[in-house]
Design a protein around this ligand. Sequence first.
Ligand SMILES: Cc1cc2nc3c(=O)[nH]c(=O)nc-3n(C[C@H](O)[C@H](O)[C@H](O)COP(=O)(O)OP(=O)(O)OC[C@H]3O[C@@H](n4cnc5c(N)ncnc54)[C@H](O)[C@@H]3O)c2cc1C
Length: 382
Amino acid sequence: MTEKFDVIICGAGPAGTTCALALGNTGLKVALVDKSNFPRDKVCGDAIAAYVPKVLNTINPAYAKALADFTAKEKVSTIRVVSPNKKMLDISYGEDGFISTRLAFDNFLLDLVKQLPNVKLFLNATVKDVVINDKGVYADLDSDLKLEAKLIIGCDGEQGLVRKKLTQTQLDPKHHAAAVRAYFKNVKDIPKATFELHFLKDVIPGYFWIFPLPDNQANVGLGLLSKIVSERKLNLRNEMLRIIETVPYLKERFEGAEMISDIKGYGLPLGSRKVPISGNCFMLCGDAASLIDPLTGEGIGQAIISGRYACWQAKKCFEQNNFSASFMKQYDKTVYDKLWKEHRRSYFIRELLINKPRLFNLSVNLIKNHTFLYNLTKKVFK
Ligand SMILES: Cc1cc2nc3c(=O)[nH]c(=O)nc-3n(C[C@H](O)[C@H](O)[C@H](O)COP(=O)(O)OP(=O)(O)OC[C@H]3O[C@@H](n4cnc5c(N)ncnc54)[C@H](O)[C@@H]3O)c2cc1C
């Protein structure tokens, strides 16, 4: 059986739901497909950038208002960077970002999509194959259903099928990170409204994090470049436990704390290289397009930004009835014009710091004492 749409969005994470929200009320018939049933977990640090409500506001002010009213989140306005010699640098960025479990946040976005009459949801439905020919785009689901459309938007994350089927891009350990996270209860001395990034001597420029959540819970994790993980043959789960159990100033804080989830790991495709993110009848967004900040590991904001840009491009495609690869290149340009400069800066800082704990210590000292450097650092972590 074949069902016809204008646009198929594969994946209902932040990229896919934002794209669907932006395509709401456009008159286009949209299929949003996800292999999971929601609410669903996604391994993540759960930190959501302060600019995310502004992006939602540009789509529909009611969505930003709904996010302001959404209670399953902990506001954060300061980043605490702890250097290898344990000097603390608090960077207050004057706006509220927040921490919210992906179980809650992604479901919040999906609930907004459910109100759109032009978007049909297919949950618990895996896209098994994608074929593009001169008649259109065809996506086979794991049921007997086939979806047909003019355009497919791949929002299906790091291991996304759409990228694999429609581009030559391979994941590359030099532009990829690995990270693990677990939820804890009752970690001691969590500073108010603060993300903590601990740059420890032997994991630099990766970091160990503690991000506060409601109800005295915290998202705790460790992330590192994949090429370093494989060169040093590290097991990140064991590394995370080693840090908690042996680094003296952290060990004290975890005494009496309870780990309330498994330690789970996942990959982060980093935006430190430019890859093609569109082609004939398709675009890629978020992790499928490798748009994660190479230093901080943030990708939710980029997923949301690219989801909105993909909608803009989709609207142009339908207005001009042009779905060609050359026309679609405008999407790549829009995304990279917005994100590339920042990602390059993060990449250079990261490369500079690899295996250089002393340089990191020195930098933290300098930043603490120089307003210009402090403001520059604020920009990097904003
Ligand atoms: C340990 C870790 C910590 C992180 N911490 C942060 C952080 O604190 N802040 C931050 O901003 N970013 C963080 N990130 C990055 C962030 O998780 C991603 O950038 C973000 O989830 C990207 O969103 P997305 O919508 O592109 O993809 P995803 O959130 O991965 O969503 C993809 C969706 O596609 C669905 N899907 C996949 N394949 C198919 C298929 N074949 N058919 C149908 N559906 C499919 C999946 O079920 C999923 O729902 C972290 C990542 C990791 C691994």
